[in-house]
Design a protein around this ligand. Structure first.
Ligand SMILES: *[C@@H]1O[C@H](CO)[C@@H](O)[C@H](O)[C@H]1NC(C)=O
Ligand SMILES: *[C@@H]1O[C@H](CO)[C@@H](O)[C@H](O)[C@H]1NC(C)=O
Ligand SMILES: *[C@@H]1O[C@H](CO)[C@@H](O)[C@H](O)[C@H]1NC(C)=O
Ligand SMILES: *[C@@H]1O[C@H](CO)[C@@H](O)[C@H](O)[C@H]1NC(C)=O
Ligand SMILES: *[C@@H]1O[C@H](CO)[C@@H](O)[C@H](O)[C@H]1NC(C)=O
Ligand SMILES: *[C@@H]1O[C@H](CO)[C@@H](O)[C@H](O)[C@H]1NC(C)=O
Ligand SMILES: CC(=O)N[C@H]1CO[C@H](CO)[C@@H](O)[C@@H]1O
Length: 666
């Protein structure tokens, strides 16, 4: 009796095994690695090949990436799956369902995405992170010999790949330029669990993709694409997932995954999955459409404060790690070699205290920007170098990172991350074919990134850091066209004048707050003023002071004020945008820009308020401004105006965006 049972059991389990060994169907209701689960996936490492930084946690959640920059995670089913009939070579139909969640590093700011992947390899050798999603690289992209099929869940809009927005589902064939894509109705990086179903019908040659935050497949697919996959798919292929992070980073999680050949994969039960640590939820929603009242401001203040405290806490974690690799001293020889002896050919730009050269570091081959600053005072230089240790520890996604320095005689060399896409003013004014016009969404993003950088410098770091020279040529664009503020703190080097009875004011005309000429003292409010000028400049595509303009249009702030007061603000927007912009965003930016440009420092908002105005997105949430014209009112400093006019009449030939240093009596 016992024996029969045993035999029966053995044959049953071998049946099960033989069914499994065909590998045309599998189910992961979790990725549990513990052996407590007596079913077939007793050891997950035998069932899934993990590479990059992918790992399975104790709760059975497969995490492809965490929220550190430039990572790749891959997870593939352990054996290749047969996709074609061995007799006649025809393609099979397939079906899959999986559940994922994406938790961004900062609310709504994460990247890059996750892709269901069918490939001829389980490791995708040579693939790049960031916008390449861990799938391809710059060389093999678009090559028909890739045999790569992917359905991307992409949370960053990559312009070079023609992405439609920063929250879309796309079908990628051997390429990252999607052959078909649709905006996702659900926020992919909300941190909520989302289920995706992908079915390919080989008889009808149609691919369908569904997306829902439920356990049941919706009636209608989100995306339908008629395509013959037989040239893409080989006889046997690996199936799995790839995810990547870039400058923007998210944790990408998978909870469960079912796959079936020539049939329909079972849906997953979302309620059975463990919950994730929640992403940082915003409390600002409370504020929408609420009247501006003291109570609302109180709530906003509390929300912002807790948000800032949270950020500081998380920032500390990053900094502990980064302190080890903080800014360091480079040898002069190293930098001379890197820039090929500061050759003119490597010159990236000039102005803002010195020349900037492109360089390639000898050992790491990393591209850097080397700024050569000269200064007459050795004492001044020494004091400045002492400050680098602290300035160099500043870390923010919207700041250009200072990697290190080198001092040699009267020269100071500062080594920064290289920003391939150059500075904002180039995009606003160059007008040549190689620098495309920046569309409104990018301009808006750049404004918001500079606001985030200033908020960090003013309020979120361990002590207040003033930038002192915020302007378009100090805003650099990274490869994803996010704005990054550069040159922070450098202006301080020039403030120490030889004569103690005068104060030296450093800044750039048009961005200089009027009180600076009187007090000579830079404050957070003077940075805010410069930011306001920058905002208006970006909207209007015009310099804050335009010497070539009509006299009444000379000062951009006044010009914008008049247009806004006359209800004609659309006329002030950069004509080259040809009306293609979001009205409510432009109006919001105009109002914030004008408020920041207020002649009285006390009336200007703090960067914390500016960030809140942008987060709320409601133009009517920005306090009303005093009636125009600002410049003619009591606020305006007469001597400042005189100064501006005399400066204009004498030395405006060399262009208006140079940093100037002048002394003023105190
Ligand atoms: C493969 O093709 C042959 C001939 O067309 C057919 O008889 C067989 O059923 C197919 N096998 C599968 C698994 O579809
Ligand atoms: C698929 O991968 C196998 C194993 O690496 C390789 O031998 C084969 O050439 C690849 N096929 C194609 C079409 O790239
Ligand atoms: C595509 O890839 C194959 C194999 O890696 C290579 O031989 C070929 O030159 C590539 N084609 C192009 C256009 O890059
Ligand atoms: C998919 O898109 C790529 C790049 O745009 C293109 O080369 C390819 O022909 C397309 N494939 C199909 C099947 O349409
Ligand atoms: C699912 O998404 C909708 C928005 O499309 C949302 O209203 C709903 O609360 C979500 N449900 C769950 C369970 O997250
Ligand atoms: C304009 O921007 C606001 C806020 O960013 C957004 O809610 C709205 O949908 C946008 N409108 C259009 C037409 O894109
Ligand atoms: C060098 C570099 O990354 N250049 C990029 C600048 O941004 C544009 C998009 O406008 C990209 O096409 C370039 O590749």
């Amino acid at each position: 009796m016992e024996k029969t049972f045993c035999i029966f059991f053995l044959s049953f389990s071998s049946l099960l095994l033989s069914a499994l060994s065909q590998h045309d169907e599998f189910q992961f209701s979790s990725f549990n690695s513990g052996s407590s689960n007596s079913n077939s996936n007793s050891n997950i490492n035998d069932k899934v090949i993990l590479s990059g930084i992918a790992e399975v946690d104790d709760g059975g959640i497969l995490r492809l990436t965490h929220d550190t920059r430039r990572l790749i995670g891959h997870a593939f089913y352990h054996v290749p799956i047969r996709f074609k009939n061995s007799t006649d070579g025809s393609l099979f139909s397939f079906s899959t369902a999986f559940a994922f969640a994406i938790v961004p590093a900062y609310p709504k700011l994460g990247g890059h995405g996750l892709a269901f992947t069918i490939a001829n390899s389980s490791s995708l050798p040579g693939a790049f992170p960031s916008e390449y999603l861990g799938l391809l690289n710059g060389k093999n992209i678009g090559n028909a010999s890739n045999h790569l099929f992917a359905v991307e869940l992409d949370t960053v809009q990559t312009f070079v790949f023609g992405d439609i927005n920063d929250n879309h589902v796309g079908v990628d064939l051997n390429n990252l330029v999607s052959n078909k894509s649709v905006a996702s109705p659900l926020d992919l990086q909300s941190g909520d669990t989302i289920q995706v179903w992908i079915d390919y019908d080989s008889a009808r040659k149609v691919l369908d993709v569904w997306l829902a935050n439920t356990s049941t497949k919706p009636a209608n697919p989100l995306l339908t694409y008629a395509v013959d996959l037989s040239p893409i798919l080989l006889n046997e292929m690996y199936v799995g997932f790839s995810a990547s992070t870039g400058l923007l980073a998210s944790s990408h999680y998978l909870f469960g995954w079912n796959f079936k050949m020539n049939g329909v994969a079972k849906s997953l039960d979302l309620s059975s999955f463990p919950s994730l640590p929640k992403p940082k939820k915003k409390n600002y929603a409370l504020l929408i459409a609420a009247p501006v009242s003291a109570l609302v401001f109180l709530i906003a203040g509390l929300a912002t404060a807790s948000y800032i405290i949270y950020k500081i806490k998380t920032a500390d974690v990053i900094e502990d790690w980064e302190l080890v690799t903080g800014p360091h001293r480079f040898s002069y020889k190293e930098l001379k070699y890197a820039t090929r002896g500061f050759r003119e050919k490597e010159l990236l730009g000039q102005g803002g205290f010195g020349k900037v050269f492109r360089g390639v570091l000898p050992v790491t081959k990393e591209e850097v920007a080397v700024k050569r600053v000269s200064h007459e005072s050795k004492q001044g230089l020494r004091e400045f170098v002492a400050e680098i240790a602290s300035i160099g520890r500043l870390r923010h996604r919207n700041l250009v990172r200072l990697q290190g320095w080198c001092r040699r005689r009267a020269n100071l060399l500062l080594v920064y991350d290289y920003m391939p896409n150059g500075s904002l003013d180039k995009y606003l004014y160059s007008g040549d074919a190689t620098t495309p016009l920046l569309p409104w969404p990018i301009r808006f993003r750049v404004i918001r990134s500079v606001a985030a950088a200033l908020l960090y410098l003013h309020e979120e770091w361990e002590n207040v850091v003033l930038h002192r020279d915020v302007k378009a040529s100090n805003v650099l664009l990274d490869g994803e066209l996010n704005g990054r503020l550069g040159d922070f703190g450098l202006a301080k080097l020039y403030e120490r004048g030889a004569n103690p009875s005068t104060t030296r004011v450093v800044g750039t005309l048009g961005y200089l707050a009027p009180e600076l000429t009187r007090t000579g003292k830079a404050t957070t409010a003077s940075d805010v003023f410069a930011f306001g000028a920058l905002v208006l400049e970006v909207i209007c595509g015009r310099r804050p002071i335009e010497p070539k303009a009509q006299p009444e249009e000379l000062v951009l702030v006044d010009f914008v004020w008049e247009k806004l007061a006359a209800g004609q603000w659309r006329e002030a927007v950069d004509h080259r945008l040809a009306g293609e912009f979001n009205d409510s965003e432009v109006e919001l930016a105009f109002r914030v820009g004008l408020l920041c440009s207020h002649p009285s420092p006390a009336a200007r908002p703090a960067m914390r308020d500016v960030a809140r105005f942008f987060d709320d997105g409601d133009p009517s949430g920005v306090p009303e401004l005093p009636s125009p014209p600002l410049a003619g009112g009591d606020f305006y400093e007469v001597e400042f105006e005189e100064f501006v006019h005399s400066y204009l009449s004498t030395s405006f030939e060399k262009g208006s965006s140079d940093t100037i240093v002048f002394s003023t009596a105190v």
